[in-house]
Design a protein around this ligand. Structure first.
Ligand SMILES: Nc1ncnc2c1ncn2[C@@H]1O[C@H](COP(=O)(O)OP(=O)(O)O)[C@@H](O)[C@H]1O
Ligand SMILES: [Mg+2]
Length: 138
């Protein structure tokens, strides 16, 4: 698996305006990498949902947005990390319709469906790391 990282942005998420910045950066990188209209919309939506989770559930954290080429495929990778409370029941949080914040509970499940690769690592009391990748298709 040959992979090259063409650009990497580390963005802090401590306010609602940071969520907007992360969303915009994801959109720009996806567009630059040649993702199509639907793929750009998908990764942009996932960026917004996951950044908001980092802010509201994780108590703030960071997002890394990378422009990548792996085995000749162009893509966008995003890594959201926080040192918040973590997720006690991951399968329930991923199933959709579950929220500890009395919201819709569709951010994680929706994001998972919108991307090509989805990985979540969460430790109760220590934090959460969500990694997603979206590829351009030709
Ligand atoms: N970064 C995070 N840190 C802690 N808990 C999280 C995090 N992201 C998601 N969760 C938990 O997973 C649940 C489901 O997340 P999500 O599907 O985005 O729904 P919502 O944000 O509407 O609650 C959240 O209510 C929260 O309990
Ligand atoms: Mg959410």
């Amino acid at each position: 698996m040959a992979e090259r990282v063409l650009s990497r942005d580390e963005l802090r998420i401590t306010s609602e305006s940071d969520v907007v910045v992360v969303r915009r950066r994801a959109q720009t990188v996806a567009h630059e990498r040649g993702l199509g209209t639907f793929a750009v919309a998908a990764i942009t939506t996932a960026a917004s949902e996951l950044a908001r989770n980092t802010l509201t559930h994780g108590g703030g954290g960071a997002a890394r947005v990378e422009s990548i080429v792996r085995d000749g495929k162009n893509g966008v990778r995003m890594v959201f990390s926080d040192q918040g409370p973590g997720i006690a029941d991951l399968s329930r949080a991923l199933a959709g319709g579950f929220s500890t914040a009395k919201s819709l509970g569709l951010g994680l499940s929706g994001s998972k469906r919108l991307v090509d690769e989805f990985h979540i690592d969460s430790t109760p009391g220590a934090g959460t790391v969500v990694t997603v990748v979206k590829w351009a298709r030709y």
